[in-house]
Design a protein around this ligand. Sequence first.
Ligand code: GSH
Length: 215
Amino acid sequence: MLELYIGNKCFSSWSLRPWLVLKHHEIPFTEIFIRLRQPDTPAQILEVSPSGRLPVLHHDGRRIWDTLAILEYLAELYPEKKLWPDDRTARAIARSVSAEMHSGFMEVRSQWGMNLRRRKAHKPLSEAGRKQAARIEQIWRECRAEYGAGGSFLFGSFTAADAMYAPVATRFDTYGGELAAATRAYVDAILAMPAMKVWYAGAAAETYPEPGPDE
Ligand SMILES: N[C@@H](CCC(=O)N[C@@H](CS)C(=O)NCC(=O)O)C(=O)O
């Protein structure tokens, strides 16, 4: 049985990624919640995750931590779910843009923190943040144009690359104001996923004060 340890749905953007893959593909798993930003949070996470970070996946006596590693593990466990595109070139690009997300876009991530209860309103980014947001939009536009014909996601059908960008889509929705048509279309495709609606409902049901509504 798969056990996925996650943080608060309202703002734990890393937790969302593997959770979305499991939920979207209806892969049975148990979800175990650890509340972030509490005095005992680091100790609680360290009991289950060697890195002291969430998410972490437990399976068959193994602990798999760090989002991309979890997605790769799921791709190996469930090849029929096609978490990466079949075509080698598309797959290489999907991995490249996923890695770029995993290791980058710090300004966008810090200035537009995922907060699913924040009122939607345009929040201008710094110049560095604007460049990063433009690069994200370029990735979405180019993947959709080159590989997206078979569906509404970056490589047509939903892949790990979409999971990597799903929290970013919520950030564009929350903070981006009026979006370019192509950006809006991709953000809407992510937000329309039934699994995303389940995640949002979970976030809305969280009664904790963190994060603040304007944080
Ligand atoms: N590189 C890690 C980053 C994970 C991460 O930063 N997780 C945050 C929650 S979203 C965390 O565990 N924070 C620990 C804490 O708040 O004590 C990944 O890809 O999974």
